[in-house]
Design a protein around this ligand. Structure first.
Ligand code: NAD
Length: 706
């Protein structure tokens, strides 16, 4: 039998069900129907001694079809298909390769035996999407490896490799060589040994793997790892039921829980962000035939914090990179930091010593711009000064090969003005990495008025080997992320002048789900960094005498944050734990008196609203101005670069979730209290509220226009 995506081949008494569903063998409706037909054909065939199931292309089943998540429940359909597979009278063997996730792993658990090529990775990431493995995984996996280990895998959400899966007992063998023939040989041997079906559904769970202590340990770890979330806890409920409930009842319970989790705000938000992250690379309006250029060699100007981190990204990707700095001392210091960063990766077991040596071998230092002549991309990460950056770009212009991408890592400067310094402005682009550049997944890509489509494509494609999520933006002060940060942090700083403590503000933000309170962020990044930015951009801000004055009060007193052990908080040397500091409060109170800032009480609600509303409102402006391509891009910027809780879906998703009307009314409430300078609702917000539409509605309509 054969359908467009599934065919069955017969050889040596073995029926091989072969799935061909590129690009990643998703278990689509077509695949399920093909599998159903293949099972029907093999049910009761006397010449078939075993069934082998494998996928062609880059991977075995990578998972269920995420597009189906929002539709009617599919659990029962999956369950019935898997049951028919499991009930075949001859041994059924799953032969895996690639990355096997979610439903992909669950279908193999319904087979009687599992083998995988060396290097195959497999896991159950559902909890990271706010759902649970709902295609029999919570009942089958513990029958194979016990509740404790099953929960470890499910709650970690991370894939493990074939060797680890063999050790755990998830698979029966790790195969080498070419999958089809190696798996066929393995099945022939199985048949020769006279092995029959071995159904997971007929196994029982070892109760010793689910003692109250074990379950309590997972509950405690889950609560810590996933604050404010619930899918992890529901997963524990489902998996532990495998001990007490017979298989069929367990499956019914699993379906019930799976359907409950799918409609939670948490799942909707997490699935939204996951979709949005896949979307960012798509650039509407770029002609389809525009090709970026492959980056085989890179250059970096500036061996400082950012330059070094970016160099590690290239080396991690196997791309040779040359860093240029102004003098031997700066270069040496920078390369020393790079060495130290790689060494700490070795110490933490992230890479081997050989990996480190190989990566260091890809990074070279130079004092000569001419050494960048063969680079396909050159990223400037020197100090944040326009005259200096223009000078650097003129020097790059003189040596770079034709067509090389000329990028700046500036956070605040006008990239149009930087591009004006060179004879090839079409090749100039912003590549805004976040600190630490080798860790943070976000990459803002900023196109100027003249950046060519090919340069945009090159930059967006470059994100892939660098393992970054690229988000395209247009030039404006702060681009997407920092521009939205401006009002959020402004209010936090204003409230400490009004008498709120830094701890009160940070606690509210962290309890709401921000990875770190904004004032603690300033202490970590350096209070001086913000002060310098605000000094050099003074002409861009509204005429508010209290604007970012809390930072300045601390800065003037030499409190630069963690690096001086004093900022908004006090720190013990070598420790990042925040201690309240009356000295900081006194300085802030004195600044408030000097500036005439009235003192007030701040409820938790007020703290949250005053920080959050400007952030959301500015995001809506950015959207309307076309600075960001899509609402989802803004969500990705803030969830992957600024610690906004993923389970709230990002600022634009959250604005819809809380209701645009509440946001609008909230802006008006504070406008009435503080005046219009900072509290004018974005025009698009006002319009959507009047029309009774959401940002998602607006986005859909805009995407259809494009
Ligand atoms: P840094 O001070 O750590 O490093 C700057 C390096 O550039 C120094 O080694 C310096 O010697 C070198 N340099 C100065 N002039 C040079 C020249 N003409 N040619 C070659 N090298 C020169 O600075 P950083 O924190 O790495 O920031 C670099 C850039 O990245 C700035 O534009 C900054 O705004 C931006 N940025 C910084 C961060 C951050 O968190 N630090 C985040 C995003 C973007």
């Amino acid at each position: 039998m054969s359908t467009a995506v599934v065919r069955v081949e017969y050889a040596d008494g073995i029926a091989s069900i072969v799935v061909n569903s590129p690009p990643v063998s998703t278990i689509t409706a077509a695949v399920r129907s093909g599998l159903g037909a293949a099972i029907t054909e093999n049910t009761g065939r006397s010449d078939v001694r075993a069934v082998l199931m494998r996928c062609e292309g880059s991977t075995y089943f990578s998972g269920a079809d995420i597009n189906e998540f929002s539709g009617p429940p599919k659990e029962v359909e999956f369950r019935e298909l898997f049951a028919r597979l499991e009930q075949l009278k001859v041994p059924v063997v799953a032969a895996m390769h690639g990355t096997v996730l979610g439903g992909g792993l669950e279908i193999s658990l319904a087979c009687h035996y599992r083998v995988a090529l060396a290097g195959t990775r497999m896991g159950l990431p559902e909890v990271s999407l706010g759902i649970i493995p709902g295609a029999t995984g919570t009942q089958r996996l513990p029958r194979l490896i016990g509740v404790d280990k099953a929960l470890e895998l499910i709650l970690s959400t991370k894939p493990i490799d074939a060797a680890a899966a063999l050790k755990l007992g998830i698979i029966d063998a790790v195969l080498e060589g070419e999958l089809a023939s190696a798996a066929h040989a393995w099945v022939r041997a199985l048949v020769a040994e006279g092995k029959g079906p071995r159904r997971t559904g007929e196994m029982t769970v070892d109760p010793a793997s689910a003692t109250p202590e074990i379950l309590a340990r997972h509950r405690a770890a889950g609560a810590k790892q996933y604050p404010h979330r619930q899918a992890w806890s529901t997963a524990i409920d489902a998996v532990s039921a495998s001990v007490t409930k017979p298989f069929q009842q367990g499956l019914a319970y699993e379906s019930e829980l799976a359907n409950l989790t799918k409609v939670t705000p948490e799942a909707k938000a997490l699935i939204h962000v996951s979709f949005a992250e896949r979307e960012t690379r798509r650039v509407p309006g770029l002609p389809a035939d525009v090709k970026g250029q492959a980056v085989r060699r890179a250059g970096i100007i500036g061996a400082g914090t950012m330059g070094g981190g970016i160099a590690i990204c290239f080396a991690n990707a196997g791309i040779p990179v040359t860093i240029v700095d102004i003098n031997e001392a700066a270069l040496k210091r920078g390369l020393g930091v790079v060495d130290g960063t790689l060494e700490s990766m070795v110490k933490r077991g992230r890479i081997s010593a050989a990996d480190k040596a190989q990566r260091l071998g890809l990074i070279s230092g130079s004092l000569n711009y001419a050494d960048l002549a063969s680079a396909d991309v050159i990223i400037e990460a020197a100090v944040e000064r326009m005259d200096l950056k223009q000078q650097v770009f003129r020097q790059i212009d003189a040596v770079a090969k034709p067509g090389a991408l000329l990028a700046t890592n500036t956070s605040t400067l006008d990239i149009n003005a930087i591009a004006a310094a060179v004879k090839r402005p079409q090749d100039v682009i912003g590549l805004h990495f976040f600190s630490p550049a080798n860790v943070m997944p976000l990459l803002e890509v900023i196109r100027t008025d003249q950046t060519s489509p090919a340069a945009i494509r090159t930059a967006m494609d470059l994100a892939k080997p660098l393992r970054k999520t690229p988000v395209l933006a247009r030039v404006c002060y702060g681009f997407i992320g920092n521009r939205m940060m401006e009002g959020y942090a402004r209010e936090a700083q204003r409230m400490v002048l009004e008498g709120a403590t830094p701890r009160a503000i940070d606690t509210v933000l962290e309890n709401w789900g921000m990875a770190m309170g904004i004032l603690a962020v300033f202490d970590m990044a350096g209070v001086d960094v913000g002060v310098h930015v605000h000094r050099s951009n003074a002409d861009k801000y509204p005429p508010d005498p209290s604007y970012y004055q809390a930072d300045l009060a601390l800065f003037d007193a030499g409190r630069l944050g963690q690096k001086t052990s004093k900022g908004y908080y006090r720190y013990e040397p070598g420790d990042r734990k925040r201690h309240d500091d009356p000295e900081a409060l006194a300085l802030l109170a004195a600044a408030a008196r000097r500036l005439g800032v009235p003192q007030s009480e701040h409820s938790e609600q007020e703290i949250l609203e005053r920080c959050l509303y400007p952030l959301l409102n500015e995001g809506i402006r950015i959207l309307e101005e076309g600075v960001a391509l899509r609402a989802g891009d803004i969500d990705v910027v803030w969830t992957s670069g600024y610690g906004f809780p993923r389970y709230r879906g990002g600022p634009m998703f959250h604005a819809d979730a809380m209701g645009l009307r509440s946001l609008y009314d909230g802006m008006l409430k504070y406008r009435a209290r503080f005046g219009p300078m900072h509290w004018e609702p974005a025009p698009l917000l006002k319009r959507l509220v009047e029309e009774g539409r959401t940002l998602a509605d607006w986005q859909r309509a805009e995407s259809q226009k494009a």
